[in-house]
Design a protein around this ligand. Structure first.
Ligand SMILES: O=c1nc2n(C[C@H](O)[C@H](O)[C@H](O)CO)c3cc(O)ccc3cc-2c(=O)[nH]1
Ligand SMILES: C[C@H]1O[C@@H](n2cnc3c(N)ncnc32)[C@H](O)[C@@H]1O
Ligand code: SF4
Length: 367
C-alpha cells in the first residue's frame, strides 16, 4: 500500500500530506474492518514489579531492596481476577518485570518458599488458577521469552504479547532509553516474535514511539513486524503506544511525541501492515483520542472497569460508556472482543490448547 521510500519520505510531511495519509489509512481500515471498533474488557494483574531491566521511560519497575518491590501472592492475584469476573471482564492481562530471579534476592526467596525457581514457572501456575476457577482468558505480557518459556506458557494462555518497542540498536547506548536493558536488545525481541510464530501463539506486539528513535527507525520497526507476520501469520494486533514522560525516570524531561506525530504514525502503520492485523492505540494516553479513528485504527485495546493501567497509573481509563459515545460520534460501533481475535479462535487446533478452547466455548455460550 505504501513503499518503503514513500514511508521514509513522510518524515517531513506537511499537514496537507498528513491529512491525505490519514484518509488513505482510514479507507483501507474501512475496507477490512468496517465501522466496528473493538476493545477487550480486562483486568490488569501486575504479577511482579521487579525487573532486571531499567528502561529509561518506565515507572512500573521498582529497584531491588525497595519497600515497593513486590510479587503478588496467588490470593492477591485471584482477588483481582474474581473482581473482574463479577464485572464481566473476559481477559486477565498478566504484565510483569523480566527475570527478577536473576537480580533480586527477595524474588528468589518468594519463589523458593513456594517451590518455584523462576517467575515464568510461577506465572504458569497463576494462569492455571485462572483457567481452573474462572471462565476468563489469560493474556501474557512478560517481555522477552525463550523457546522453553513459550512452550510452557502456550497451553495456559489465549494469547501472548510483547512490544518490540523499536529495532534500533542505537537506543541501547549510554544515555538512551534501553541502556543496560538486556531484554530490550532488538535481536532478542525479534527472536521472541519469531519463536511465538513458530509455535503458533496468537500474538500482540507494537512500537513505543518517542523514545529517541528516528522516523526511519520507526518505519523499519513496522516493516520488521510485518515481515515476521508474512512468514508465520500469528500477529493478531499491533499497538502504537505513545511515550508518556514520568517524574523520577531517566526520561522525565524528554519530550513526548506530538499529537500529529501519533496520528501520522497510526496512518503509516495501517498502510505498512497486512490488512488482517488489527491496529490498536490506547485511549488513555492522549486527550483527544477520537482522531485515532480517522487515522486508521480499529481497536482500543484492553479497557478495565476494575483495575488501573499499572504501566501508566496516572492515566485513567475512559469509562466504557464514554468510549462508546466518542466512537459513535465518529460513526463507529464499539464492540467487545476477546483477547484472542476471531481468525485465530476459529482455528483452535492450530492456535489453542484444549483447555483454552473450552474456555472460549464457555464464554461464547454464555454470551
Ligand atoms: O493497560 C495496558 N494494557 C497493555 N496491553 C494490553 C492490551 O491493552 C490488551 O488488553 C491485550 O493486548 C489484548 O488485546 C499490552 C499487551 C501486550 O501484549 C503488550 C503491551 C501492552 C501494553 C499495555 C499497556 O501499556 N497498558
Ligand atoms: C507494556 C509496555 O508499556 C510501554 N511503556 C512502558 N513505559 C511507558 C511510558 N512511560 N509511556 C508509554 N508506554 C510505556 C512499553 O512499550 C512496554 O513494553
Ligand atoms: S518496561 Fe518492562 S522491561 Fe522495561 S523496566 Fe519496565 S518492566 Fe522492565
Amino acid at each position: 500500500m505504501i513503499t518503503v521510500e514513500q514511508a521514509y519520505n513522510l518524515e517531513n510531511a506537511d499537514s496537507h500530506q498528513i491529512q491525505q495519509l490519514r484518509d488513505q489509512a482510514s479507507a483501507l481500515r474501512d475496507l477490512h474492518w468496517g465501522d466496528v471498533v473493538t476493545y477487550s474488557r480486562k483486568v490488569f494483574v501486575p504479577l511482579t514489579n521487579m525487573c532486571r531491566d531499567t528502561c529509561g521511560y518506565c515507572t512500573f519497575v521498582k529497584p531491588p531492596g525497595s519497600a515497593e518491590a513486590n510479587i503478588m501472592t496467588p490470593e492477591e492475584v485471584m482477588a483481582v481476577v474474581y473482581q473482574g469476573e463479577k464485572q464481566g471482564c473476559k481477559e486477565v492481562l498478566f504484565s510483569l518485570g523480566e527475570k527478577p530471579e536473576k537480580t533480586y534476592p527477595e524474588a528468589r526467596k518468594f519463589l523458593a518458599e513456594r517451590g518455584y525457581s523462576t517467575i515464568i514457572d510461577y506465572l504458569y501456575d497463576m494462569c492455571l488458577l485462572v483457567i481452573k476457577n474462572t471462565s476468563m482468558l489469560p493474556h501474557i505480557n512478560a517481555g522477552t521469552l525463550s523457546e522453553q518459556d513459550i512452550i510452557k506458557l502456550r497451553p495456559v494462555s489465549a494469547s501472548m504479547g510483547m512490544m518490540l518497542e523499536n529495532v534500533s540498536r542505537r537506543l541501547m547506548e549510554k544515555g538512551q532509553a534501553h541502556y543496560a536493558c538486556p531484554d530490550k536488545v532488538p535481536l532478542q525481541r525479534l527472536r521472541t516474535l519469531e519463536l511465538t510464530g513458530k509455535h503458533n501463539v496468537p500474538f500482540t506486539t507494537g512500537i513505543l514511539i518517542g523514545i529517541g528513535e528516528t522516523w526511519q527507525e520507526r518505519i523499519d520497526s513496522l516493516i520488521a513486524i510485518n515481515e515476521i507476520h508474512k512468514q508465520y501469520g500469528h500477529i493478531q494486533e499491533v499497538i502504537i503506544q505513545n511515550f508518556k514522560a514520568k517524574p523520577g525516570t531517566a526520561m522525565a524531561d524528554a519530550p513526548e511525541p506530538s499529537y500529529e506525530d501519533m496520528l501520522k504514525t497510526l496512518a503509516v502503520a495501517r498502510l505498512i501492515l497486512d490488512h488482517t492485523i488489527s491496529i490498536q492505540a490506547p485511549p488513555n494516553l492522549q486527550e483527544h483520542y477520537r482522531d485515532y479513528l480517522r487515522s486508521g485504527i480499529n481497536d482500543w485495546g484492553g479497557v478495565s472497569p476494575v483495575t488501573i493501567d499499572h504501566i501508566n497509573p496516572e492515566r485513567a481509563w475512559p469509562n466504557i460508556k464514554s468510549l462508546e459515545f466518542k466512537s459513535s460520534e465518529c460513526g463507529f460501533r464499539l464492540k467487545e472482543r476477546l483477547a484472542i481475535y476471531p481468525q485465530y479462535k476459529n482455528l483452535p487446533e492450530k492456535y489453542l490448547s484444549y483447555a483454552i478452547s473450552c474456555r472460549v466455548d464457555d464464554i461464547e455460550t454464555a454470551a
